[in-house]
Design a protein around this ligand. Structure first.
Ligand SMILES: [Zn+2]
Length: 248
């Protein structure tokens, strides 16, 4: 589990996830005025994150994310998703597409934020080169809970150079963690659209099934800056185009 990495070119993205990402991007576009900045996350990376999150249950995982300094956001996409309150130079890596993801810890909602010392030494020495530095962005998971930051999450974000992201997942079988939704905060969801219930069907609609066998009912994803400003997530393909982007 530790050291699981996303490598390019990414895996094929499941068709149901592509559809869900198209819906998410539509909402990101519609709500652009609520955000101070944007971050572009490739779909193959998101898919890996969802699979890793489910493999690590019942733990949460902490994932370090880096950008590709040679891969800027496509300007026409950046322009389309920028709101009036857009701010430049808000965080490290701003304007560059996320390219790398590596699982660096797992644990409960408090311990997950602390990097295991010996392991990070090794990671930074052998894989991080002369930068010897930290990851640009961080993401952690909320199994069967919404992607809304806790107090501990806000504290941990204070040391982040880029942005903090939270991936919330609703899935079944639930195991020891039934869906917990009693939290205040803005939701950003890749939920299945409302549809009429077939007679006799039980439980919430299924978005897709993971390799771990879990039925995924909902994926939530948010990003925020340490100041508390919201950062809009745009889910892009390997060419940097948002899923659902109207190609001419
Ligand atoms: Zn959290």
């Amino acid at each position: 589990m530790f050291g699981q990495r996303h490598v390019r070119p990414g895996p094929m993205v499941e068709a149901w996830l592509v559809e869900a990402m198209e819906r998410y991007n539509e909402e990101s576009l519609a709500r652009r005025e609520a955000y101070a900045a944007q971050v572009h996350l490739p779909g193959p990376v998101l898919q890996d994150l969802v699979w890793w999150a489910l493999q690590a249950l019942p733990d949460e995982i902490l994932v370090g994310l880096d950008v590709d300094g040679g891969r800027e956001h496509r300007p026409e996409v950046e322009d389309a998703f920028a709101g009036e309150s857009h701010r430049d130079n808000l965080f490290a890596g701003q304007g560059f597409v996320i390219s790398e993801a590596a699982v660096v810890n797992r644990g409960d909602s408090y311990s997950v934020h602390h990097l295991p010392e010996d392991w990070t030494d090794d990671l930074f020495r052998s894989d991080r080169g002369s930068r010897g530095g930290r990851f640009t962005h961080w993401l952690h998971t909320h199994p069967n809970a919404p992607a809304v930051p806790s107090g501990a999450d806000a504290d941990a974000a204070q040391e982040t150079l880029g942005v903090d992201m939270i991936l919330g997942l609703r899935f079944s079988p639930e195991g020891p963690l039934p869906w917990f939704d009693d939290v205040d905060g803005t939701r950003r969801t890749l939920a299945a659209p409302e549809q009429p219930r077939r007679f006799g069907r039980r439980g919430p609609p299924v978005l897709g099934v993971a390799p771990s066998g879990h039925r995924i009912h909902e994926i939530q994803l948010i990003a925020f800056h340490r100041t508390g400003l919201g950062v809009n997530v745009v889910l892009v393909d390997d060419e940097g185009w948002p899923y659902g982007w109207p190609h001419a």
